[in-house]
Design a protein around this ligand. Structure first.
Ligand code: NOJ
Length: 533
């Protein structure tokens, strides 16, 4: 049969934070050998692709998002040979591999930056964003770093400032320089030639800054709890129109290979987000849609957001959904373990590509971090605001053995106290676990094209229930999600009878449905309508 959709459209992506997934050499930090050892688990779960957060050489100031060599592997994670072996073994299990590419900034230890900062007339002098001091000797403008303080760092050697959107150890590359573009495309080519299936592109909306370096305006909604980096709007240092030209160059490169993709990390309102699909499909294949992370967990608000997102998509734009990642508090901590089941059903039944965050499938929660355990530079720079990302990066809970089966040594971040109960092995044994719900949802997407690629239509019920139809050819599935802690009676109106295909409790499968349906507290169901049980 001719495939009508690409793997990145009807598949499910699973994010691995490599430091925390599985430790193959027992040094307390996860690695490539560890991932390899757990590929059978991922194949059992049924996901189609893994996205691995950065594994390149790095001083680890921002845990790998400060790259000092784009074409090698950090020894902490293994070697290029380990990577090739992982790729081959993943592919043998029909698992695609998406690398995290970090083009906006390098590490200050990258040889390009060492050279660039060495003088004002070296060949790489314009590879980073250098500006003269303001007349009073201060920073060239008011741009802030996302990790606190000014975005400008003074360098005595050049008697100039360089710009860094994140840590001062992460200088921003000058993407207006064609040599920089060429060098970065070469790095992408290096991995594409090795066989990677795609890239998650870090902070892609940051790549181009205003050429006149205009001052950013004040954020009218600012309050101290947000962190001082939000005092100004990022009007002139992000989301500049010319960014789409450099994305198009990346797209052209990807399109010169077979069936590769890129997903862009973009935190922007929907109307800006969708511009990253590019004119005529020359943008990223998927601009990450983080709406479910940022918004209140409310049936009607979410329905409105889904409808608006669907309406905003360009004709060629394929949707996608995310519940969590390594920069945001875990879904089970945000909405509770009961609603986490509803969230799983939502993520895997909305129209578009779902991305799962490792551990969310077993209901892992944020781990409290004591001040002396803090690793994340964001927490170190802006303590006590709840911005720190260590809680959601704790080691994967595999079983109830020492260190949760993650490592034989003390892990780099603490393991959740609940690991003796909440772990993969226990969840695999419990047929009603959240893990089995995830697996069944993923299996259903394979069995029912309506779920993977069908159309979407919102359905009005009570305030607490979000319902929608997914249709494809003669398949018609109705998803009903109860966002409340109370039972909800849903009137199905004139809908012909059907049966429950899956319930979040994994207890009502096959139950006939007609007329009305009583949803239990925190329950979601998928109903096959107009079909016989
Ligand atoms: C976004 C990444 O997801 C985050 O973890 C990192 O700190 C920043 N980009 C800077 O690279």
């Amino acid at each position: 049969m001719l495939r009508k959709h690409h793997w990145w459209q009807d598949g499910v992506v699973y994010q691995i934070y490599p430091r925390s997934f599985m430790d193959g050499n027992n040094d307390g930090v996860g690695d490539l050998a560890g991932i390899r050892a757990r590929l059978d688990y991922l194949a059992w779960l049924g996901v189609d692709a893994i996205w691995i957060s950065p594994i390149y050489p790095s001083p680890m100031s921002d845990f790998g998002y400060d790259v000092s060599d784009y074409t090698d592997i950090h020894p902490l994670f293994g070697s290029l040979a380990d990577f090739d072996a992982l790729l081959a073994e993943a592919h043998a299990r029909r698992l695609r591999v998406i690398l995290d590419f970090v083009p906006n900034h390098t590490s200050d230890q990258h040889p390009w930056f060492t050279e660039s900062r060495s003088s004002r007339d070296n060949p790489k002098r314009d590879w980073f964003i250098w500006r003269d001091p303001a007349p009073d000797g201060g920073p060239p403008n008011n741009w802030l770093s996302n990790f606190g303080g000014s975005g400008w760092e003074y360098d005595a050697q050049r008697d100039q400032y360089y710009y860094h959107a994140f840590l001062k150890e992460q200088p921003d590359l000058n993407w207006r320089n064609p040599q920089v573009q060429d060098a970065m495309l070469d790095a992408m080519r290096f991995w594409l030639d090795r066989g990677v299936d795609g890239f998650r592109i870090d902070v892609i909306w940051h790549l181009i800054k205003d050429k006149d370096f205009r001052e950013n305006p004040v954020n009218p909604e600012y309050h101290a709890q947000m962190g001082e980096h939000r005092r100004l709007l990022a009007t002139y240092n992000t989301d500049r129109p010319e960014v789409h030209d450099v994305i198009e160059r990346m797209r052209n490169l990807l399109d010169s290979y077979e069936d590769r993709m890129m997903v862009g990390e973009i935190y922007l309102p929907v109307e800006r987000l969708v511009t990253y699909y590019g004119t005529g499909g020359r943008g990223v294949h998927l601009p990450f849609n983080f709406q479910l992370i940022g918004m209140a967990w409310d049936a009607q608000l979410i329905r409105t957001a889904v409808d608006q997102y669907e309406a905003a998509l360009p004709p060629h734009g394929w949707p996608n959904w995310v519940l969590g990642n390594h920069d945001n508090h875990r879904i089970a901590s945000r909405i509770g373990v009961e609603q986490a089941r509803v969230a799983a059903m939502l993520l895997l039944t909305l129209r578009g590509t779902p991305t799962l965050y490792y551990g969310d499938e077993i209901g892992m929660r944020d781990v409290p971090i004591l001040p002396e355990q803090v690793q994340d530079p964001l927490e170190k720079n802006m303590p006590g605001l709840g911005l720190g990302r260590d809680p959601e990066r704790s080691p994967m809970q595999w079983d109830n053995s020492l260190h949760a089966g993650f490592s034989l040594s003390t892990p780099w971040l603490p393991i959740a106290d609940d690991y003796p109960q909440v772990n993969v092995a226990a969840a695999q044994r419990d047929k009603h676990s959240l893990l089995h719900l995830y697996r069944k949802l993923i299996l259903l997407r394979d069995e029912w094209p309506a779920l993977a690629v069908g159309s979407y239509r919102g359905f009005s019920t009570s305030d607490q229930v979000f319902g929608y139809l997914r249709e494809h050819d003669d398949q018609r599935l109705l998803v009903l999600l109860n966002f409340s802690a109370k039972q909800q009676l849903v009137d199905l109106g004139s809908m012909l009878g059907g049966y429950i295909l899956l319930s979040t409790g994994l207890v009502r499968e096959g139950e006939p449905v007609a007329g009305t349906l009583l949803l239990d507290a925190h329950e979601g169901v998928i109903v096959c309508t107009e079909c016989n049980g």
